[in-house]
Every structure is written in structure tokens, then in C-alpha cells.
Design a protein around this ligand. Structure first.
Ligand code: NAD
Ligand code: 0WE
Length: 261
């Protein structure tokens, strides 16, 4: 028996086998959860269908996170298959690429700011809203964030602002839903080479710095993030809500590495 046996989980944000959401789906499947997946657009449909069959599911729904009606439709469709949902994973983030290339003061635009906040932060609130009728008591909502919300690093720019907004949203949603027994948390992952991250010029430097400076002297994997999501989705974490849990090999707390002295 796994720690998620009997749980039903819907996961937003698989784009490839490197996606953090894929690592989460894999861990959930190992831990005995039933899984449903969503995909952003037709280009990603067959990949997400393949992932679903790998995890013994045929529940796959389209969902563009910028569309309230898409998000609502996911839960309408899901309700014809499931009578409850126990875990929701929001693993969606986006800013136009020109927003992530150079000093923020030069490259941020009003439109880019709107898109980044809409897709990366607001969509989590809309998903929480749309899921309410199906949410089980003891349900767990989990989103993915990054330390660029709290400390500056080159090029992350408006995504850092959107992640700060997302993390504040986690605390407010936790406060709103806590009375129902529903928990809301974020996982703050260290840098990982996924599709979204590959589009970023400074990623190689970020990964190298992380490996050198983190107490554990390594980068984290989608499997490590997935296993933390399993813990946060399970009843083992029943006392945790409104938290940002770091899966970063200790990087956040380390200003200068002991290994450099
Ligand atoms: P990824 O490219 O595999 O996943 C990003 C997902 O966002 C994709 O599945 C994409 O389809 C989805 N998405 C983007 N715009 C969308 C829209 N309009 N509608 C629906 N879906 C949309 O990359 P990832 O690194 O796995 O990213 C997942 C989450 O993890 C993001 O929130 C990201 O900010 C966060 N994160 C990533 C890292 C990292 O270094 N890779 C670190 C910390 C946090
Ligand atoms: O949250 C992320 C991914 C953010 C992201 C990346 C892209 C690239 C392609 C959002 N939108 C887009 N849009 C695109 O067109 N990460 C934590 C990974 C990441 O992104 C960075 C990083 C790291 C790490 C951007 C700049 C600097 C470091």
C-alpha cells in the first residue's frame, strides 16, 4: 500500500517527460493514487495521453490556463468520472520570453506583466474556485514556485513577481479553505532542466552555481520534487498548510558554501 492509496489526483502542467508535473505523476502512481491529467494545447495532447496510459489512466482533458471556461470545463468533465478529487497539482508558469532576457527595468512591459501574473498566479486561484464542489474534505492543493519570488537573480524578472503573488495566494487560499479541512501549499524547487527552463540563457550558470553552493552540492530531480508532492498530498502532512516547502538541496539557506573555504 502506498501513501496515496484511495486518493484521486488531477495534475495540470505536463509538457514532456522532463516536466516537474511528470515527476509528480510518476511518484503519485507509485504511491497508489488514481490520476487525471490536463494539457495546454493540441500540440501536447498525444504526449500527455501517452503519460496518462503509462500511469494507467485514460482521463485527459484540455485546459488553457488563461481561459476560465477551460478551467471550469475540466471539473465539469471530471465530475462525470469521479465523485471527488483529493489532490490538485498546479505546475504551470509562463512569461513571454522577452521578459526574461536582461535587466527587469529594461525588458518588462505592461502586457508581459499581465500575462505572467495571469498564467502563473491567477490560474491557481481559478482552479481552486472551479474545484470547490468536487473537493473532498482533507483535500490538498499544491503549486510549484521558485526562490526568485524572494531573492533576485538575473533574468527571472517579472516571473519573480508572479511567484511572489502565487505564494501570497497560497497563504490566502489556505486561510479560506482551512475550515473545510482543505490544505494549500507550494513546493519551491531548485533549478531543473525542463522545457520551460531550457528556453532560458542563464540556466546553465544557475545549475552550476546550485551544484557548487548548495549544502548537498547537487541539483534536485523531478523525482525528488515528486516525492515531496506525494508527502504534501498525503494525510502524512495533515498539519501543514499555507507553507512554501523548499526542495532545493538546502540552497536557500546557504549564503557562502563551506566547500569554498
Ligand atoms: P515545463 O515546461 O515542463 O512545464 C510548464 C507547464 O506550463 C507546461 O506543461 C505548459 O504546457 C504549462 N503552461 C504554460 N502556459 C500555459 C497555459 N496558458 N495554459 C496551460 N498550461 C500552460 O516546465 P517545469 O519546469 O516543469 O514548470 C512547471 C512549474 O514549475 C512552473 O510553475 C515553474 O515555474 C515551476 N518551477 C520550475 C523550476 C525549474 O527550474 N524547472 C523551478 C522551480 C519552479
Ligand atoms: O519558473 C521557471 C520557468 C519560468 C519560465 C520560463 C520560460 C522560458 C520560455 C516562464 N516563461 C517562459 N517563457 C518562455 O518563452 N523556472 C524556475 C525555470 C527558470 O526560469 C528562469 C530561470 C530558471 C531557473 C528564467 C531566468 C533565470 C533563471
Amino acid at each position: 500500500m502506498g501513501i496515496l492509496t484511495g486518493k484521486k489526483a488531477i495534475i495540470f502542467g505536463i509538457a514532456s517527460k522532463r516536466s516537474i508535473a511528470y515527476g509528480i505523476a510518476k511518484s503519485f502512481h507509485e504511491q497508489g493514487a488514481e490520476i487525471a491529467l490536463t494539457y495546454q494545447n493540441d500540440k501536447l495532447k498525444s504526449r500527455v495521453e501517452d503519460a496518462a496510459s503509462e500511469f494507467e489512466s485514460n482521463l485527459v482533458f484540455p485546459c488553457d490556463a488563461s481561459s476560465d471556461s477551460d478551467i471550469k470545463q475540466v471539473f465539469t468533465d471530471l465530475a462525470s468520472h469521479w465523485n471527488k478529487v483529493d489532490i490538485i497539482i498546479h505546475s504551470i508558469g509562463f512569461a513571454p520570453s522577452n521578459e526574461l532576457d536582461g535587466p527587469m527595468i529594461d525588458c518588462t512591459t505592461r502586457e508581459g506583466f499581465k500575462i505572467a501574473h495571469d498564467i502563473s498566479s491567477y490560474s491557481f486561484i481559478e482552479i481552486a474556485k472551479a474545484s470547490q464542489k468536487l473537493l473532498s474534505s482533507k483535500a490538498s492543493l499544491i503549486t510549484l514556485t521558485y526562490h526568485g519570488s524572494s531573492q533576485t537573480l538575473p533574468n527571472y524578472n517579472v516571473m519573480g513577481m508572479a511567484k511572489a503573488s502565487l505564494e501570497a495566494g497560497v497563504r490566502y487560499l489556505a486561510s479560506n479553505l482551512g475550515g473545510k479541512g482543505v490544505r494549500v501549499n507550494a513546493i519551491s524547487a531548485g533549478p531543473i532542466k525542463t522545457l520551460a527552463a531550457s528556453g532560458v540563457k542563464s540556466l546553465r550558470t544557475m545549475l552550476k552555481q546550485h551544484e557548487q553552493r548548495s549544502p548537498m552540492q547537487k541539483n534536485v530531480t523531478i523525482e525528488e520534487v515528486g516525492n515531496t508532492a506525494s508527502f504534501l498530498g498525503s494525510d502524512l502532512s495533515s498539519g501543514i498548510t499555507g507553507e512554501i516547502i523548499y526542495v532545493d538541496a538546502g540552497f536557500r539557506n546557504c549564503a557562502i558554501s563551506e566547500h569554498d573555504i
